[in-house]
Design a protein around this ligand. Structure first.
Ligand SMILES: [Fe+2]
Length: 452
């Protein structure tokens, strides 16, 4: 058994320092090779590839997608992918659900919040540890999303996975994991995110467990950077802070399995080797990681505040301009300086459905109850906003510059209503009293002019 890949991870073109092993730039056209001269130059399909490799294209968009949206990667690999695919057998992964998944006796209409889901005793991998909380849209027509929590304690060994249904946005909250992908290795820990493209094969190793985090499974068009408009060329998420891995491969011949999620169902196929055998690649369809601490928030500097979309890290378009299939929005440390302004998120009712997760710290609209690892859901056209204490404090505070510190929460927001799974409605640690957080809000109005 050889594992040349692990001896050839570091390449001359990778970043120095803590980012060693990655290449910078969102949407760049990358090239990387784990063995010298493995990558053909000036063409994609030479008659014979160096080292006896097979050339293969991985298409992330339709062949005819317009320039600027078209994404594909050329892989030079030990075996073509068709050798990593044999007869399929359906298997049951009972807690990883796909839309449509409307559970008759679970009420999705409501404001909901959950505590962090605890780890159990059973060993769980990336696939068996996925717990779907909500689904939206329809996986078969490639619209919508699912929101999951993962509880992972075990590494995948000679066991590989890919989703034909979706791109995965991974948001760790606890533990460190290593994603061994066809295109290279990504290490991931809390305060970072990863984007795993549709169709990309990988296995997940636990570096420091147990691991818990959130996943947005995007059935639709790929995530992209939001257009900044008048904000200009800088701030928010900057392209250089997204990192693609350099090529790394495994030449390992052992009985292995590949599990594929396809149209909401799981299928397994048996092969005799590691499918992570891409020695060199070039293209713009690649997994990426991003450090959320490099997100540069922009906000109010005199009065009022912009809509929370000002904090969008990534957006996945729906086809209707400005109405996202999914927005990934980050609420992180920042200064509050607005004068004569109610500074927390205002009360509102939204056509979009908002699922939030807490990575660490306290969220300003809900200082209590929304705990790290916890989730809240404010579904389509359901009102929500600060609880009474947050309202009173913000309404009566002396408004000097104030730092929101030690806080990082996020939102998966979608144009589609989010339906609770049976797990979310019946097994996950739902806070039954969440809805009561607004009970104490008083009527202050009595018709007196000038009263505030
Ligand atoms: Fe909201």
């Amino acid at each position: 058994m050889t594992d040349l890949g692990s001896r050839n991870i570091i390449q001359a073109q990778s970043l120095p320092g803590p980012h060693q092993g990655y290449m910078p730039g969102y949407g760049n056209d990358f090239e990387t090779e784990a063995l010298p001269d493995a990558l053909p130059q000036g063409m994609n399909s030479p008659q014979r590839c160096n080292y006896g490799l097979y050339g293969e294209q991985l298409s992330g968009t339709a062949f005819t997608a317009p320039q600027g949206q078209n994404e594909r990667t050329w892989c030079y690999r030990i075996r073509p992918s068709v050798k990593h695919s044999h007869r399929y057998e359906k298997i049951d992964v009972p807690l990883w659900k796909s839309a449509p998944n409307v559970v008759p006796d679970v009420v999705s209409l409501g404001q909901y919040r959950w505590d962090a889901i605890p780890h159990g005793d059973a060993p769980l991998t990336w696939v068996t540890g996925m717990r779907t909380m909500t689904t939206a849209g329809d996986v078969h027509t490639q619209v919508g999303m699912a929101a999951h929590v993962y509880l992972v304690t075990e590494s995948m060994v000679d066991d590989y996975f890919y989703s034909a249904d979706s791109e995965l946005l991974v948001v760790p909250q606890a533990g460190r994991m290593r994603f061994h992908t066809e295109l290279g290795i990504i290490d991931l820990e809390p305060k970072e995110i990863a984007i795993i493209p549709r169709g990309l094969l990988y296995r997940v190793e636990v570096l420091d467990g147990p691991c818990r985090g959130f996943v947005c499974e995007n059935y639709g068009q790929k995530f992209e950077l939001p257009r900044r408009g008048p904000i200009g060329a800088n701030c928010m998420a900057n392209p250089r802070d997204f990192k693609a891995p350099i090529a790394a491969f495994e030449d390992r011949e052992v009985p292995s399995t590949v599990t594929i999620k396809w149209c909401g169902a799981f299928h397994v196929t048996k092969i005799g080797h590691s499918p992570l055998d891409v020695v060199a690649w070039h293209g713009n369809y690649a997994p990426m990681k991003y450090d959320l601490r490099t997100y540069c928030p922009v906000g109010a500097i005199l009065f009022d505040h912009p809509d929370p979309s000002i904090f969008t890290v990534l957006t996945a378009p729906s086809g209707q301009e400005g109405t996202a299939n999914i927005d990934f929005v980050l609420f992180r440390e920042r200064w509050l300086v607005a004068e004569d302004t109610f500074r927390p998120p205002w009360y509102h009712k939204n056509i979009m459905s908002e699922l939030m997760g807490n990575i660490y710290g306290q969220y300003d609209a809900k200082p209590q109850g929304f705990v790290p690892g916890g989730i809240s859901l404010h579904n389509m056209m359901l009102p929500h906003g600060p609880d009474k204490n947050a309202f009173e404090r913000a309404s009566n505070a002396n408004l000097g510059p104030d730092k929101l510190d030690q806080t990082m929460s996020f939102m998966f927001e979608t144009r589609f209503p989010q339906h609770l799974t049976e797990f979310a409605g019946k097994e996950a640690p739902l806070q039954d009293d969440y809805i009561d957080c607004w009970d104490d809000i008083e009527k202050k109005f009595d018709g007196t002019p000038g009263k505030k």
